[in-house]
Unconditional design. Structure first.
Length: 262
């Protein structure tokens, strides 16, 4: 059974210590922390808390507001200094204190760090003028050439492969079509995948609770299970604002993912 982690972004609004304890109480194996400007100064605290609570700890690259102009909330977070500024580099963004912890970064950042074994490359890419900075076939080619570790995101993979940045409304809505695409993606990248971001969605909503959208997550997880894969799973759900998700919600989340691999 893969280890199941929670994204700290899903618990937006909770202090890091409280978030980690809630994750532990709900029976998850660990937590994945987004490296915002705020959390750059919390790296050591995250590491110490993870050791204290016996939690697996991963980190995740953030993004600037201009890299994702589709959500007005990112503009606000950028304006208050929560997100990195336009033109940032991984050298500036990733704290040096992170050592021996995986850091999830976007595919388009691959040329900045192809030899850094701590970086895991997500099936997501920033687009400029509707064109990806790195095409999906180019990404797959680099992954296979250098045997790079991959983070397979069920939602972003489809958008990236089909060429629609934040374009859920352009994706197929029939589960058999979605499953065929996910199966093809797993065949290409499964052997390189270290972590799966398990996302469900509806054409008008991102990161909905697993099983309430149109993604064939149960079928995909059975495919992953049958392949013998054993890595990390991060089910990503949108944060609950202003009241963060309760332990009850996290319990349901873990139980749902467990059922997909039963």
């Amino acid at each position: 059974m893969p280890q199941i982690l929670v994204s700290k972004l899903s618990l937006f609004g909770l202090p890091i210590g409280m978030a980690m304890r809630r994750v532990k109480e709900a029976g998850f194996s660990g937590i994945e922390v987004i490296i915002t400007n705020r959390f750059r100064d919390y790296v050591w605290r995250c590491q110490n808390l993870a050791k204290e609570l016996d939690l697996t700890l991963h980190f995740h690259q953030s993004w600037s507001a201009d890299e994702d102009p589709t959500d007005w909330r990112f503009k606000v977070l950028g304006w208050v200094g929560y997100l990195p500024s336009s033109g940032y580099t991984l050298r500036n963004h990733i704290p040096r204190e992170i050592d021996n912890y995986p850091v999830v970064i976007n595919a388009d950042r691959i040329n900045e760090a192809t030899r850094n074994l701590s970086f895991w490359y997500q099936t997501e890419c920033i687009f400029q003028d509707s064109i990806p900075k790195l095409t999906f076939p180019e990404f797959v080619g680099l992954v296979k050439r250098y045997d790079l570790p991959v983070v397979f995101d069920t939602q972003h993979y489809l958008e990236y492969r089909l060429g629609h940045f934040r374009g859920l409304k352009y994706l197929p809505t029939v589960k058999t079509e979605l499953m065929k695409l996910l199966e093809e993606g797993w065949k290409m990248l499964g052997q390189h995948t270290k972590e799966i971001h398990l996302n469900d969605w509806r054409p008008e909503s991102r990161n909905v609770f697993p099983g309430t959208g149109i993604a064939p997550l149960a079928e995909f997880c059975q495919l992953v299970k049958s392949s013998g894969w054993n890595g990390y799973i991060v089910p990503e759900i949108s944060p609950s604002i202003p009241i963060p998700h309760s332990k009850y919600t996290l319990d349901r989340l873990r139980e749902t993912v467990d059922s997909y691999f039963a």
